[in-house]
Write a protein that binds this ligand. Structure first.
Ligand code: ATP
Length: 500
């Protein structure tokens, strides 16, 4: 399979981040010994820790901090009718277009969105929004010829060939399919789920009944999703196999906008609480609403390649549950015995749904981009540059490194003793190779917030030095204080308190 696609829009900083991610064990190209598989990546020894921390934090923020949100873990394979009901079989398409000169394939909507972003950057806000509205109208009406004309009228050129020699626009379904059953005749086509949400919808009544849940309530899920993306560039931003963290919040019809606004705010606050600066985040309202939505907004992060979606908040109405009710012929209704203004129970209805949907991989990339720091430092008379990953300590893959100053005089034994006393609570590294300076640098490069040095004074008075990753300052403290010092910084509690 072809793998080496040129990435003309990538800028230098993204390249630095990609090579850093590879060099320090965060992200590797999939099956790299065979030259990789396009838009598929593996997480390495550091990456998996960071990703797990992000997932755990999201999971706990949803389920532990909300009495009315519970989790599930549904299978990737689902009955094929699921995707008929959800609309994915008929309309989970992206409009694709090829440049005849470069032979490169693009998403027509992305080309137009990039043009609008350029208008915006030049201060032509009206032009930008008119263009997006027009695109939304044409795509909604499936007027694909007119979409092509719009691209030509706007003089949108292929970034590789620089020409406007475009093919017609065609729809391309993004679902991967495969066969179940061992005998060819018996087998039937099923899909790899393109979103985790449907696993929640089909379990809505199971959870509601067995958990005795009362509307409003939510169901959260983390899991893999698969999309045969037309253009897969920009590292782990757009992958063909990725992970979603979705929460469907079931509400009484008519109250959905209230909940939509509430979740929209709560989710942006969450990104800020994990250390993403407010100025690197923004909302982007959808001009083109998906077939199931009556309101939708993206939370965008300022990636090195521009502001792009990390999370979507969608008001999905009762579309999905109604569709499943129709296709499965099973009632999807909920009985609400709360009393309305007339003193009567609200009675039976199909709940409306507000969804929050964030990609674990995009969240990972955002965290990595935001943490990646290069700075000039002065040591004595010399100035040198330092690269480090400024992760929130609660997200850092390794929380502390225990470093005996030398390999003799009983220092390794003392350091091992400290390591053993902390290892049950924190992910740590013990290292005795190379100079202490080199060891500090290695920890900076993977974002370890604390380096604990064990020296000769430790043997005398049971104190160690603790070096802070960001300030490089060292403080001396009794070994007995280490646990609470580290815990205070790395405990999720410090993030949860900001969400209250
Ligand atoms: P885009 O417009 O970028 O294709 P989308 O609007 O199709 O994204 P949703 O269907 O709303 O995305 O999916 C919810 C979230 O899942 C996105 O905000 C994103 O974080 C993540 N996601 C979607 N597609 C991919 C992908 N191909 N690779 C990585 N993450 C993805």
């Amino acid at each position: 399979m072809a793998t080496k696609e040129k990435t003309p829009v990538e800028n230098a900083q993204l390249k630095d981040i990609i090579s850093h991610a590879k060099e320090y064990g965060f992200v590797f190209p999939s099956s790299e010994i065979y030259d990789g598989l396009q838009a598929v990546y593996d997480y390495g020894q550091m990456g998996v820790e960071l990703k797990n921390n992000l997932k755990n934090l999201w999971w706990k923020s949803m389920t532990q901090l909300h009495q009315n949100v519970v989790g599930i873990d549904a299978a990737i394979f689902m009955h094929p009718h699921t995707w008929k009901a959800s609309g994915h079989v008929d309309s989970f398409n992206d409009p694709m277009i090829d440049n005849k000169d470069s032979k490169k394939r693009y998403r027509a909507d992305v080309l137009i969105e990039e043009k609008a972003a350029q208008y915006e950057a030049d201060g032509h806000y009206d032009k930008a929004s008119e263009l997006l509205v027009e695109m939304g109208r044409l795509l909604g009406a499936e007027e694909l010829d007119a979409v092509r004309e719009l691209i030509i009228r706007e003089d949108i050129k292929c970034p590789i060939s620089g020409t406007t020699n475009w093919t017609e626009v065609r729809q391309f379904n993004l679902m991967f399919s495969t066969q179940v059953g061992s005998v060819a005749e018996d087998s039937s086509t099923i899909y790899l789920r393109p979103e985790t949400a449907q696993g929640i919808f089909v379990n809505f009544l199971n959870v509601q009944k067995t958990g005795r849940m009362k509307v409003p309530f939510g169901i959260a899920q983390i899991g893999k999703a698969f999309r045969n993306e037309i253009v897969a560039r920009q590292f782990i931003f757009r992958m063909r196999e990725f992970e979603q963290m979705e929460m469907q919040f079931f509400v009484r019809p008519g109250t959905e906008m209230e909940w939509y606004n509430q979740w929209k705010e709560a989710r942006k606050k969450w990104h800020q609480a994990i250390g993403i600066p407010a100025e690197s985040l923004r909302y982007h309202d959808h001009e083109k609403l998906a077939h199931y939505a009556n309101a939708a907004v993206d939370i965008e992060f300022k990636f090195p390649f521009g502001f792009k979606e990390v999370e979507g908040i969608h008001s999905r109405t009762d579309f999905d549950l109604t569709q499943h009710q129709e296709l499965s012929r099973k009632k999807m209704q909920y009985f609400d015995n709360d009393l309305n203004e007339d003193g009567k129970p609200y009675g039976n209805y199909i709940p409306y749904v507000v969804e929050t949907s964030v990609g674990a991989d995009r969240l990972f990339l955002m965290t990595l981009c935001s943490a990646y720091t290069e700075e000039e430092i002065t040591e004595g008379d010399a100035t040198k540059s330092r690269t480090f990953l400024k992760f929130h300590p609660a997200l850092a893959p390794v929380k502390a490194a225990i470093l005996p100053l030398t390999k003799k005089d009983g220092l390794p034994e003392k350091a091992t003793e400290i390591f053993n006393s902390l290892r049950y609570d924190f992910n740590m590294i013990y290292e005795e190779r190379d100079s202490i300076g080199k060891r500090y640098t290695r920890q900076d490069l993977i974002g370890t917030p604390f380096c604990i040095a064990v020296d000769h004074q430790t043997l005398e008075d049971n104190t160690v030095t603790v070096r802070d990753r960001d300030s490089r300052e060292q403080v001396r403290m009794p070994i007995g204080e280490l646990h609470s010092y580290i815990d205070k910084a790395v405990n999720f509690k410090s993030i949860f308190e900001k969400l209250a």
